[in-house]
Design a protein around this ligand. Structure first.
Ligand code: ADP
Length: 300
């Protein structure tokens, strides 16, 4: 079983002719609503690949809460540890997309910001039984720290979005940043570009006591840093049309691979295949890969 502790956001997406500058108003297109949030996306990514997934999180006491709960439930995610929070809205993300496909995103965490150490303690049995516990940075540190402490299996920490001042839990077995998040954690002034630079930054993080570091590199694939060795896994060659949630797809799939007993390298290859598939389709949760197509791409 995989435990995902994290955020659930209703994404409100609109197209804009250009992104507004401070003080400017622009007219956007009709708003489209999608279930999102890094926690929810990663949980759905894992469930769609056949993982047994239990979610620990919070929604508000509004209509959006039901949208989020039923989207997770419909994908087979156990929502028994998602609490409703009175007097608080469900998390929302306001997303504007320009004609060039560039996003600006404002996340209003709402109920996600109320997720507490006590909520994780209430799910101690689930966390203790989980083969993999998946964490990100859209809920308070105290919840992540308690979840990591209570986890009976591998703690997979995705330090996303990059938040200055976020503190890693005392136990992280597997850290999964992208280049930007790696730079933020390593305190670098610029994003590491070459594999050597990425590898040096990842080694620096391992000194923080992290088990292994798996850096996702977009179309450049993945760099796996375990011990002093680094292994580059190239991206699967696909025609990418929308890379939204590629990182979430990767994390959910990596959790499934590890929970099924694959080695880290095998699990990272499987996750790279699932993430590649997600880039060939539009959107976040609708784009997430299924098991058969992931196995087929992996076997090519
Ligand atoms: P994030 O969405 O967190 O920034 P990345 O962009 O690094 O994450 O993507 C996560 C993973 O998705 C990559 O490591 C890679 O395996 C896969 N991926 C992303 N973009 C592509 C692409 N253009 N072609 C194939 N695979 C991709």
């Amino acid at each position: 079983m995989i435990a995902v502790v994290g955020s659930l956001n209703l994404d409100l997406v609109t197209s804009v002719p250009h992104h507004p500058v401070p003080g400017e108003t622009v007219l956007g297109g009709d708003i489209v609503r999608h279930p999102g949030g890094k926690g929810a996306n990663q949980a759905v990514a894992a469930a769609r690949l056949g993982g047994e997934v239990s979610f620990v999180g919070r929604v508000g006491d509004d209509d959006d809460a039901e949208v989020m709960l039923s989207a997770a439930r419909d994908q087979g995610v156990d929502v028994g540890h998602i609490r409703r929070t009175s007097g608080t809205p469900t998390g929302r993300a306001l997303i504007a997309v320009s004609p060039q496909g560039e996003n600006t995103i404002i996340v209003s965490p709402g109920a996600n910001s109320r997720l507490s150490a006590a909520d994780c303690a209430a799910a101690a049995d689930t966390l203790g039984r989980a083969r993999v516990t998946v964490l990100q940075q859209e809920v308070p540190d105290e919840a992540n720290h308690e979840a990591a402490r209570l986890s009976g299996g591998t703690v997979l920490y995705n330090p996303a979005p990059a938040v200055t001042g976020a503190e890693l839990p005392s136990r992280v077995d597997l850290l999964v940043p992208n280049r930007t998040e790696l730079a933020a954690l390593a305190g670098l002034s610029s994003t590491p570009e070459t594999l050597d630079d990425v590898s040096a930054a990842a080694r620096q993080l391992r000194r923080l006591g992290v088990g292994a570091v798996v850096v996702t590199l977009g179309g450049d694939g993945v760099l796996l840093c375990e011990g002093n060795a680094g292994l580059h896994i190239p991206a699967f060659p696909v025609t990418a049309v929308d890379t939204t949630a590629a990182g979430d797809s990767f994390c959910g799939a990596l959790a499934v691979g590890l929970a099924e007993g694959r080695s880290l390298e095998q699990a990272a290859r499987w996750a790279a295949a699932a993430a590649a598939i997600s880039t060939t389709r539009a959107g976040a949760q609708p784009s997430l890969a299924r098991r058969e197509e992931t196995e087929a791409l992996l076997a090519q």
